[in-house]
Design a protein around this ligand. Structure first.
Ligand code: GAR
Length: 216
């Protein structure tokens, strides 16, 4: 079985990267991680790549005079790794439109809210301020507009009365670690095609059922 050659881009601790690495360790998983790229040398997630024996690389955004130059370096690193799909996993840099278009429908992102609610930063604080009763996470194909694009999967979790941003973030992160591997599987199996502006999942409900209400 040919496995989809996947690169993961990170900026920080890399817990989603770790979840993806764990999923890819299963022999029947349809994707493999061929490269981990960080824009910061101090990204904690680089240790997860090293522990798994995955090639990693730092492309420090500060070394480049413009977003265009940085994205060109990223693009070169991805092509050098032979990446067929890019997973953004806590990658906190805005990408230029030409870069995003070059990877159209071949780049996915995870965001810790039920998009299109609360894109951007301070997600959990804003969810609490808005008084929503549910939040969650979204895995979506990347479009030039930040945290927007055809939705592959969402997982919902309750917002509880005594939540602060930290408690809510932790509950959502646990859901992220289940959602991202499943989304990667669906994409790698060709079961999450973009039709118009939406993803039409080619799957029966049982496969994704648990994600709509993952156990707390
Ligand atoms: C995750 O919660 C992810 O959803 C979020 O950053 C965190 C990274 O954690 N991404 C965004 O906010 C993107 N807009 P991790 O480094 O432990 O995976």
């Amino acid at each position: 079985m040919a496995r989809l050659r996947t690169a993961v881009l990170i900026s920080g601790r890399g817990s989603n990267l770790r979840a993806l690495i764990a999923a890819c360790a299963a022999p029947d998983f349809p994707a493999e991680i061929v490269a981990v790229i960080a824009n910061r040398a101090d990204a904690g997630g680089l240790a997860h790549a090293a522990a798994a024996g995955i090639a990693s690389r730092v492309v420090p955004h500060r070394d480049y005079p413009s977003r265009e130059a940085f994205d060109a370096a990223l693009d070169a690193a991805l092509r050098q790794a032979g990446a067929e799909l890019v997973c953004l996993a806590g990658f906190m840099r805005l990408l230029t439109a030409p870069f995003v278009e070059a990877w159209r429908d071949r780049m996915i992102n995870i965001h810790p809210s039920l998009l299109p609610a609360f894109p951007g930063l301070r997600t959990h604080e804003r969810a609490l301020e808005a008084g929503v009763r549910f939040s969650g996470c979204t895995v979506h194909y990347v479009r030039p507009e930040m945290d927007l694009g055809p939705i592959i999967l969402q997982a919902a979790v309750p917002v509880l009365p005594r939540d602060d941003a930290e408690r809510l973030a932790a509950r959502i992160l646990a859901a992220e670690h289940r959602a991202y591997p499943l989304a990667l599987r669906l994409v790698a199996e060709g079961r999450a095609p973009v039709v118009g502006n939406r993803v039409v999942l080619q799957t029966e409900p049982p496969a994704i059922e648990a994600l709509f209400n993952p156990p707390g």
